[in-house]
Design a protein around this ligand. Structure first.
Ligand code: ZN
Length: 307
């Protein structure tokens, strides 16, 4: 029986999940885990033992983009594992003023565009939480990522964070992001580590985007997120760890690992089972399907007609 979480918003005490073992962590940072914890290879082996079938390794700068390229080449060439490693190249908005890094990062994207394990571009986006010092620089970096995504028919991994936890109507980063996305019809992507409400998610969902929940979903006081996870259509949902950050309950307070993504997935399946009566097994299977479709979406993006 899966460890049960309890909260004010809902009660989870009776849902039994027959866990299929097919789980995907759609967003993690193995290079950052390895700074103080186990190596990337060790994390991937543990993830496979925990039942994961794929992990997506996300870049934050030029160094990590290079790291991802070589890790994927060596890992996916191994004969002793079935776990698939997908990866991205991109510049995190907290490094958004480092425009000098963009040519090198974009070169990696272009050179690997047709490699099966390059999933997309990112993470990029707007972060007004840590500092507003470089807002214009962040916007320019985001613009360049989005333009390259359109040019190469690649999905984009978006980080968006605002001033406060969540204050309705005062979410400038996600509003600015939506405007830039809407200017580029056909662009597809994911809002990773989603921390907003149903209202902020839906305009992206209507454009075919995915919404990815991190371990924050499992925190007792994440009422707005719980509500969004119930109201959003199942077709748009994915889960992630964002490891080494934000370990889900019951691992909270420890360093996060891709293997822990199952806790967030189970929480989400329990939540929808209790509140919507959906089969938890079906929720888990559908999230797997959503994730696989997203990982392969570059092959299914319909090229735009030349202008
Ligand atoms: Zn991240």
């Amino acid at each position: 029986m899966h460890q049960i979480h309890s909260g004010l918003f809902f009660r989870c005490d009776a849902v039994r999940i027959h866990f299929s073992g097919q789980v995907i962590d759609t967003h993690c940072h193995l290079d950052l885990i390895a700074r103080e914890g186990p190596s990337a290879e060790q994390c991937l082996l543990e993830a496979e033992q925990a039942g994961l079938e794929a992990v997506v390794q996300i870049a934050t700068d030029l160094e990590s983009s290079r790291f991802n390229e070589s890790l994927a080449a060596s890992w996916n060439g191994r004969a002793d594992t079935e776990l698939r490693l997908y990866w991205t190249a991109g510049l995190h908005p907290e490094n958004g003023e480092r425009h000098d890094l963009l040519p090198g990062i974009f070169k990696i994207v272009r050179e690997n565009r047709d490699r099966g394990d390059l999933m997309g571009i990112g993470e990029t986006g707007l972060d007004y939480f840590h500092t507003k010092q470089f807002v214009e620089e962040q916007k320019e970096a985001l613009r360049q990522h989005l333009n390259l995504a359109v040019e190469l028919n690649l999905p984009v991994v978006i980080h968006t964070r605002d001033d406060r936890q969540y204050v309705k109507g005062s979410c400038q980063a996600v509003t600015d992001t939506l405007r830039m996305v809407r200017e580029r019809p056909g662009l597809t992507g994911v809002l990773h580590c989603f921390t907003y409400s149903y209202e902020e998610a839906m305009p992206f969902v209507e454009l075919g985007w995915k919404i990815s929940f991190s371990g924050i979903l499992t925190f007792k006081n994440s009422h707005t997120l719980h509500e969004a996870a119930i109201k959003l259509p199942l077709e748009c949902l994915m889960v992630e760890t964002d490891a080494p950050y934000l370990a889900p309950v019951p691992h909270r307070g420890k360093g996060n690992m891709p293997a822990y993504v199952a806790s967030t997935l189970h929480f989400l399946a329990n939540l929808r089972a209790e509140r919507l009566g959906e089969s938890p097994e079906r929720v888990i299977e559908k999230i797997r399907e959503n994730s696989l479709a997203f990982l392969r979406s570059k092959d299914n993006i319909i090229p735009r007609a030349p202008a």
